[in-house]
Design a protein around this ligand. Sequence first.
Ligand code: PLP
Length: 392
Amino acid sequence: MKINENYLKLEQSYLFSTIAKKVAEFTKQNPDVRVIRLGIGDVTRPLCPAVTKALHEATDEMGIKETFKGYGPEQGYAFLRQTISEYYKGHHTEVSEDEIFVSDGAKSDLGNILDIFDADNTVLIPDPVYPVYVDTNIMANRTICYMEANKDNNFLPMPDYAVDADIIYLCSPNNPTGAVYSKDQLKEWVDYALAKNAIILFDAAYEAFIGDETLPRSIYQIEGAKKCAIEFCSLSKTAGFTGTRCGYTVVPFELKCGDVALHSLWLRRQTTKFNGVPYIIQKAAAAIFTPEGQQQIKENIEYYKQNAALLTEALTELGMSFIGGEHSPYIWLMCKSGMTSWEYFEYLLQEAHIVGTPGSGFGKNGEGYFRLTAFGEREDVEEAIKRLKALK
Ligand code: PLP
């Protein structure tokens, strides 16, 4: 027996465990201090009533002989794919229901999609980045080229024709930086991918946070994208599904490598290795796309966006440099006067009892930066702001 030795090349992910350890030590030494956590990437608002109603109804159906469901279609039930297809029309994009694959979340599909690509492909990944893109490619021993995301390009790297890439990862709105590509910028990426015969893996997990009609919520709003991009969406942050688990991936029919349609490869992969998302969960997901569900999830998204607005207002008042927080739940701020990410972490923990995420945990360009999230309770955000202001 031989193991996949590539797993041994993965860097241990110490980021969140180190944070937890440091916070536990601090709380042990300061049991009376209320620590505020602005580092978590998980949501705090519960599922909306339209979703829980659908969950209850679908659960009842499963207990009745006539409405019980066993194995479902691997690609997802048509009732959900149809509603998602309608949702795309809302941002002026045609995606047919048969191009949509219902998933148990974006993370699995972002990893699994690599099954349909040869190991001998060069991947282009921004730095800093959501770590899943890097680790899943290390597991397959693919060559990774990093593209620099930094202050000079507003953390939005643009194509460099001198670099030959086969698989390109883009995430907009971005985790961890909160940066959002414009339509013109995405057009440049689509043109580059078409010129290089490359594919864009477009992570739209945070599209629902975009509040400006002129910004693209889907890469398919860009002409030519259906010939070069797969889009990954998640209901985790959109509708509080982090624990409920549902997302969807779009593989357009036009997307080809030579004569081979990637849609048929992905369908083959899914029908072989995946048995679909539970009926109950798909019913709950469909409820998100009803007018009632849309209204209710919008209220939760607005709650988080208001948290972000309060934080960014305070940071502006304090004269701190940051990006994000407008069309994103993430605020990416520059650490205080030359501190490293971990020094700033210690400083905020000790002096303001606030926990955030050191930017260096997302890649080398994250050094000197710090990520705050807007997923907390309003009361905690307001208290954090008071403490940040008192620091000055
Ligand atoms: N993509 C990005 C950029 C994320 O930040 C996350 C979760 O934090 C995911 C994908 C994973 O989403 P899901 O919960 O649907 O697996």
